[in-house]
Design a protein around this ligand. Structure first.
Ligand code: SF4
Length: 224
């Protein structure tokens, strides 16, 4: 087999999820080349894929990454018609460093100098106190531990009740931000991260709307 030595624009790297952002990328946000609606906060406790990893692992520290396209892992900036990056000149550091023929270079920056929403949000942003309160009152549970618990014991009532309380509190904060500060839905993933009920779905926990609240039940283990 002939070893690849140059980029043939297959897009494989761009189809595996948007890049994490580093301090070297802050200027892209400050210059509005990347907007809040392009980004998603990955919170401590979530499960996420690291570059070159075969399965998702626990996130030890929050970070920001580029959003994917709805219902897919593909980076929102990957143009599948023309097989190209639509922000090539302004792509983040991780995309500049990555060479699929020599992935070691990306590994040298993986997990280092990552930025968070708090590096971007202005101190005068009226949403900031609510975001901080949400972060304290409504932390993302350690989903790796939840996953292990489900593997060992299935979903006991206490676990579901505890998760259900956090899921509904999480949604109340998002509703409040929308009502009080007119937070656009497009920026919600930057300010709050993904809703907890969505993060639980790959673990086999389904959420059903009952009146004003979501009720959780354990269905089956999906692919993670
Ligand atoms: S920003 Fe561009 S190069 Fe980076 S993952 Fe997205 S499409 Fe690919």
């Amino acid at each position: 087999m002939v070893k690849k030595t140059s980029c043939d624009r297959c897009g494989a790297c761009c189809l595996q999820g948007g890049a994490a952002l580093h301090t070297q990328d802050l200027h892209l946000i400050q210059e509005k080349k990347l907007k809040y609606e392009d980004l998603v906060t990955v919170r401590q406790g979530e499960l996420a894929f690291q570059p070159m990893a075969s399965e998702a692992g626990p996130v030890a520290h929050e970070f920001l990454k580029l959003q994917g396209k709805p219902g897919s892992w593909s980076c929102k900036f990957y143009d599948e018609d023309f097989l190209r990056c639509s922000i090539y000149q302004d792509r983040p550091l991780a995309c500049r460093v990555l060479e699929c023929t020599a992935p070691e270079a990306l590994l040298t920056i993986t997990g280092k100098n990552l930025i968070t929403r708090f590096d971007c949000i202005d101190d005068a942003d009226p949403l900031l106190p609510l975001i901080r309160e949400h972060d304290t009152s409504c932390p993302c549970p350690d989903l790796s531990a939840v996953s292990s618990q489900l593997d060992e014991n299935g979903a006991d009532k206490a676990l579901l009740q505890s998760l259900e309380a956090t899921v509904n509190l999480d949604l109340r904060y998002r509703t409040l931000a929308n009502r009080k500060f007119q937070l656009p839905v497009a920026s919600e993933l930057f300010y709050f991260g993904r809703p907890l009920f969505q993060l639980l779905a790959p673990l086999g926990i389904a959420a059903t709307q009952q009146e004003e609240e979501l009720v959780l039940s354990f269905k089956h283990r999906g692919s993670r």
